[in-house]
Ligand binder design. Structure first.
Ligand code: UDP
Length: 310
């Protein structure tokens, strides 16, 4: 049985990855310090023999007994309000945490996949974003703690690949949504759905003309799984290129929930990217991957989940 370590296992993406590896017949070791993760996301896996959980902060030395085939590093605060609240931990998990896990991967001769992000492109001047674009990031702005941690993470991962010949994979994740997102994580989708369900006004930041492209979680997990098993070590964008303005997105949520709420406008956060859409040519060509779940389908599934937890 192959053994995989997933860090950030109790988080939104980490928990869905654990599910996928369990379904594929792996022994899964989930690790999380539970700062932003929620153990409830893993509760259903605890009775399984091929799942174990380690409550640990990967910014500190990481020890795992036995062999490991794969390490997937998904530990990190990932929503703007989280990484503004805990900026130093965000920098540490992306830098020190990644270094510890690369060391572990080397010691175990494991393949390491890191969760990078569309935030490495910052407020992009190239649209849609290709992997070749170097980005437009403000290192000392409020988002810099996340963006630069992830950029460092890519650099050190590539250095281990080049100098230590470690097998590495880099996925650049664009906005993703689905069940197990935290209703209070501040991101636009849980914010809007929560507001609509509570009958509150929807808070669009700025004039709402900025765009995002939302990918349903099962599509993302499938792209990551394919990338892990591929032989491609350069970064690959995984996301859904179906781009929408925040204004139009607010209208979709109002329609979906049948809410009578209004949309109100509040100040745009500093350095908020004006547009974002992945170019997924590489994922299509190298991994044979493209998203399958439309936004209307994915939003329905996500709404069902939020109705249960609100
Ligand atoms: N946003 C918004 N209202 C909210 C939360 C976010 O209008 O209550 C906007 C935010 O300014 C950004 C977009 O929605 O332009 C996506 O924000 P999110 O925090 O979900 O993720 P980001 O893509 O910025 O990391």
């Amino acid at each position: 049985m192959k053994r995989v370590l997933v860090t950030g296992a109790a988080g939104f993406l980490g928990s869905h990855l654990c599910d996928r590896f369990i379904a594929e017949g792996y022994h899964v070791i989930g690790m999380d310090n539970l700062i932003t993760g929620n153990i409830k996301n893993l509760e259903h896996l605890f009775p399984l023999k091929n799942f174990e959980f380690h409550h640990h902060d990967v910014s500190k030395f990481v020890h795992v007994a036995g062999n490991l085939d794969y390490i997937l590093h998904f530990a990190s605060p990932a929503s703007p309000i989280d990484y503004l609240k805990i900026p130093i931990q965000t920098l540490k998990v992306g830098s020190l945490g990644t270094h510890n896990l690369l060391g572990l991967a080397l010691a175990k001769n494991a393949r390491m996949l890191i969760a990078s992000t569309s935030e490495v492109y910052g407020d992009p001047l190239v649209h849609p974003q290709t992997e070749e674009y170097w980005g437009n990031v403000n290192p000392v702005g409020p988002r810099g703690v996340y963006d630069e941690a992830k950029r460092f993470q890519e650099a050190i991962t590539m250095a281990y690949h080049t100098y230590h010949h470690l097998e590495t994979r880099i996925v650049r994740i664009f906005n993703t949504y689905g069940p197990r997102m935290r209703l209070d994580d501040g991101r636009v989708l849980p914010a809007f759905i929560g507001q609509a369900l509570r009958g509150e006004d929807l808070t669009a930041f700025g004039d709402g003309s900025q765009t995002r492209s939302f990918c349903y979680v099962s599509d993302l997990v499938d792209g990551i799984y394919r990338l892990l098993l591929s032989d491609y070590a350069q970064p690959v964008n995984i996301g859904n290129p179906d781009e929408i303005t925040i204004n139009d997105f607010a209208q979709e949520i109002l329609k979906l929930t049948g809410s009578k709420s209004k949309v109100i406008y509040t100040p745009l956060p500093t350095d908020d990217p004006k547009q974002r859409r992945p170019d997924i040519t590489k994922a299509k060509e190298i991994l044979g991957w493209s998203p399958k779940v439309s936004r209307s389908e994915g939003l329905k599934l996500t709404l069902e989940y939020f109705k249960k937890v609100i």
